[in-house]
Design a protein around this ligand. Structure first.
Ligand code: FNR
Length: 360
């Protein structure tokens, strides 16, 4: 593991470790995969305006999200079916999150039950919710998450229907087991000619989900609610008006609507209308400590990482996940030092220059 020097190297190790069907499921995006690539490329078009002669002997990367402390502004995004990557599934990821003092957002579609993840470690966990047509089932799962000590509900809003992931269609990707819903409703899908994930999603998901349903969610839980999947100022404003407790700027890692903008390019328009009333987080394409810094300079409170975590898990189990997070933290720490910031509070908008600004 000492030979691995950056997060990107885990992708190839995961490819070697996994059956093609699973690797493609984790790595793939929708249709032309334009957004998938853009998420990363857009970061590379942002440059630094580093400041010098600042005392950076002591760097403090710590922060708080909804009052919960994190060692650095890097959290674990919800990704489904960790059991396909490693036999210990989400419990291994959660232990790594605890060891790194970060927050894990556990997917509704986890391979381990939400209770198993909860009892495996004392990491701060949020629960990601997909709302099903069977609202009673979704309500039960939310209550279970509350009982199991999850600290927030992350409502994913960019999947009224599953995006067209062509690799999964070609591979006839199996429908993963949804352990959280065992006994609640049948998650069995007929073997089909296409993606089993798509078949499962179209059976379960409620495409009628709309802004009024935030009230419904509020009525069934006391937990803070974050909305994941906002990409415009219009929806950011609606989210604030709906009274949610946080926004995650996300295009689902390029797995939903292809040609959605790279998240880092729309972060600022969201931040501007939110005006600090609630925290704005971002995911999509974060692979370097410099990316974390860029997101914070443009107004994010923290970032989430998706694929690197599953690649780490597939390649090296929980140790791989820890290594991914630690490498990102170390790179972020160095970025702070080299740009003249001793704490994340020292990061300003003037520390970066976007492509638009450079072209002006
Ligand atoms: C996801 N994502 C996701 N999001 C969500 O809200 N619920 C889920 O169950 C999943 N499942 C999932 C599986 C896999 C394999 C991937 C790659 C992604 C989206 C995820 O939370 C996040 O938005 C992106 O992964 C972020 O982009 P990066 O870091 O993968 O580039």
């Amino acid at each position: 593991m000492d030979q691995i020097v950056n997060v990107n190297e885990f992708q190839e190790l995961a490819r070697q470790a996994l059956p093609k069907m699973y690797y493609d499921f984790y790595s793939g995006g929708a249709e032309d995969q334009h957004t998938l690539k853009e998420n990363m490329e857009a970061f590379s078009r942002i440059m630094f305006r580093p400041r010098v002669l600042v005392d950076v002997t002591k760097i403090d990367m710590s922060t708080r999200i909804l009052g919960y402390p994190l060692s650095a502004p890097i959290m674990i995004a919800p990704t489904g079916s960790h059991g396909l990557a490693h036999p210990e599934g989400e419990t291994a990821t959660a232990k790594a999150a605890a060891a790194c003092n970060t927050i894990m957002i556990v997917s509704s579609m986890s391979s381990c039950t939400l209770e198993e993840v909860a009892s495996s470690c004392n990491a701060v966990r949020f629960f990601q919710l997909y709302v099903f047509e069977r609202r009673d089932v979704s309500a039960q799962v939310v209550r279970r998450a509350e009982r199991a000590g999850y600290k927030a509900i992350v409502l994913t809003v960019d999947v009224p229907k599953l995006g067209r992931r062509e690799a999964d269609i070609k591979n006839k990707m199996i429908a993963p087991k949804l352990r959280n819903f065992e006994g609640l409703f049948s998650t069995k899908v007929k073997p089909s000619d296409g993606s089993g994930v798509e078949a499962l999603a179209s059976r379960a998901l409620d495409a009628s989900l709309n802004w009024k349903d935030i009230e419904w969610l509020r009525s069934i839980t006391k937990l803070p609610i974050l909305i994941k999947g906002i990409l415009t100022r219009e929806d950011a404003l609606k989210a604030v008006e709906a009274g949610v407790d946080g926004i995650i700027v996300s295009n689902h890692g390029g797995r939903q609507l292809d040609y959605s903008p790279a998240t880092i390019t729309v972060l600022e328009e969201v931040v501007h209308v939110v005006k600090g009333r609630i925290p704005v987080l971002l995911d999509g394409g974060v692979r370097r400590g410099t990316d974390v810094f860029k997101a914070l300079a443009l107004g994010a409170k923290a970032v989430l990482i998706g694929r690197p975590v599953v690649y780490g898990l597939a390649a090296k189990g929980g140790d791989g996940v820890m290594k991914v997070i630690e490498m990102l933290k170390n790179e972020f720490e160095l970025t702070l030092a080299l740009s003249g910031c001793a704490t994340i509070g020292d990061i300003t908008r003037n520390h970066v220059k976007t492509e638009d600004e450079r072209l002006k």
